[in-house]
Design a protein around this ligand. Structure first.
Ligand code: MG
Ligand code: ZN
Length: 182
């Protein structure tokens, strides 16, 4: 069974920019690549789980999103880091247009994307984690039976106080690696 780190994307892997959808605007978060390298050395594999309501709202298309994720995956591969799969939720229960206006099970804090990843890749949930910068990430992880860790990049600092004592907190992805090493 595989030890997997489930990763939120915006604010966790890359710098949070409202409704990012162009590769030219993509910037890795501080210590993200270094952290992923270290986690890989520790035997973890990676799955990305990202809410993309910008699709539901009509700001960009699923094609745009897949293209951006592919660029990111390619860049990470150059650093020796493989992503098993990028799952995304294109829905929004209220703001969605047409077929995207769905109260789905994949939009975090719902655990749909994580459960799909766990099933598809035979994930060892006892030794796997969900990492993100929002409360919804942490809750989705918990609902899927994983331990969740907040990173203080992205929106992390804003939610730190609220979740302290309930979830583990790390400065960034490199700090996640350091914490899991202990
Ligand atoms: Mg995020
Ligand atoms: Zn969804």
């Amino acid at each position: 069974m595989r030890k997997v780190i489930f990763l939120d994307r915006d604010g966790t892997i890359n710098v949070e920019k409202s409704y990012l959808h162009k590769w030219e605007d993509f910037e890795f978060e501080i210590n993200a690549v270094e952290g992923l390298k270290k986690l890989k050395e520790m035997g973890y594999e990676f799955i990305v789980v990202t809410n993309q309501s910008g699709i539901a709202r009509g700001y960009y298309s699923e094609e745009d999103l897949v293209k951006l994720n592919n660029e990111m995956t390619k860049k990470l591969k150059e650093f020796g880091i493989d992503i098993l799969e990028c799952f995304y939720c294109p829905h929004h229960p209220e703001k969605g247009i047409g077929k995207y206006k769905v109260d789905c099970n994949c939009r975090k804090p719902n655990p749909g994307m994580l459960l799909e990843g766990i099933e598809k890749y035979g994930v060892d949930i006892e030794n796997s984690f969900m990492i993100g910068d929002k409360k919804g990430d942490l809750e989705a992880g918990k609902k899927a039976g994983l331990k969740s860790i907040l990173v203080l990049t992205g929106y992390g600092k804003k939610v730190e106080e609220e979740i302290r004592g309930k979830y583990a907190v790390a400065k960034d992805l490199l700090d996640v690696a350091n914490i899991l090493k202990k």
